[in-house]
Design a protein around this ligand. Structure first.
Ligand code: ZN
Length: 317
């Protein structure tokens, strides 16, 4: 991660190591791309934001006062194909999860995301193009302590064959199990320590995946209009249809981990706890956050350096 340590920090937190401070972008950065479902061309801007802003989306194509959509779990309005956020005026932005994962993986706290349409660009179906943009913009520490959400009690939600659980843990880790009939995926599991800084190398390049019959059904319903072999792994039976194959043998489970990281970052801060998901998806991930925050005794705010789980990181840094 590229973190500036010569940040202009004038306040009372200057003595804290940069990793315990909030971070934003050094400057704005721009790109454009196509929405996966709408097929619409959209412009995207990532801009610096003040401490404690969090991740905030702004629709630049919508007139009026209500163009701001907080990047928070309680603004999630639809999870059927991707994660969609809406504000009280009904202004929405969808497919936020791969950008949220990149922001989480780059340890950013405060960013304004401006988009000229209702859907973020899908780019290549992974988080890597967003990580590249963040690298180009640069990252800077801010004069405010980085806060985290510590899980105090296990919370579990189930839905059909899917399960998601979050439990107390001295660190920020996720473990995912997938079980698909196709030999392309099969039974796979993955364990990720979010404080190890492996997101960029191990997860960011993993692309979204879909099955050919699903893609055909989506197309028939007028969705996935922007979808192609350029921005998704498409599986038919036991075969990958993309000419160059997979980027990793276990690319699909890596992408699930990426999705979960993006969905969980909608908590509004890093989570100190362990996430376990069996066949997780955007819907169950959002239900889990809602269940966690509905129980005030299940979580608490902490300053990140107070978390036991960050001591190991401090010792190895
Ligand atoms: Zn995804």
């Amino acid at each position: 991660m590229r973190v500036s340590h010569e940040a202009n920090i004038g306040g009372g937190y200057a003595s804290k190591p940069a990793r315990f401070l909030q971070h934003t972008l050094k400057g704005p950065i721009y790109c454009s791309g196509t929405g996966l479902h709408s097929g619409a061309r959209v412009s995207l801007a990532l801009k610096p934001a003040a401490p404690d802003t969090g991740v905030v989306f702004r629709r630049t194509d919508v007139r009026g006062d209500d163009t701001i959509i907080p990047g928070r779990f309680d603004r999630v309005s639809d999870t059927r194909l991707c994660t969609t956020l809406s504000n009280e005026a009904g202004v929405s932005v969808s497919t936020v999860e791969h950008l949220m994962a990149a922001l989480s993986g780059c340890a950013l706290d405060n960013v304004v995301v401006e988009v000229s349409g209702a859907e973020l660009p899908i780019m290549d179906g992974s988080s890597e193009p967003f990580v590249f943009l963040i690298d180009c913009a640069g990252v800077v520490a801010q004069d405010a302590p980085r806060r985290a959400i510590r899980v105090r009690k296990p919370v579990t939600v189930r839905e059909g064959r899917s399960m998601a659980r979050i439990e107390p843990w001295n660190g920020s880790t996720i473990n995912i199990e997938l079980d698909f009939e196709t030999a392309v995926i099969g039974r796979r599991s993955i364990f990720v320590d979010l404080f190890e800084g492996r997101f960029r190398d191990d997860l960011s390049r993993a692309r979204t995946f879909g099955f050919l019959h699903e893609v055909e059904a989506l197309r028939a319903a007028g969705l996935a209009r922007g979808g192609s072999l350029e921005n998704a792994v498409v599986i038919s039976g036991d075969r990958v249809l993309n000419e160059d194959g997979l980027r990793f043998a276990d690319e699909c489970v890596r992408h699930k981990a990426l999705d979960c990281i993006g969905d969980l970052f909608l908590a509004g801060a890093p989570i100190i706890g362990h996430f376990h998901g069996e066949r997780p998806g955007h819907a169950i991930n959002n239900r889990l956050l809602r269940a966690l925050f509905a129980d005030e005794s299940a979580w608490e705010w902490i300053d990140l350096d107070d978390a036991a789980g960050t001591r190991r990181e401090a010792a190895s840094a």
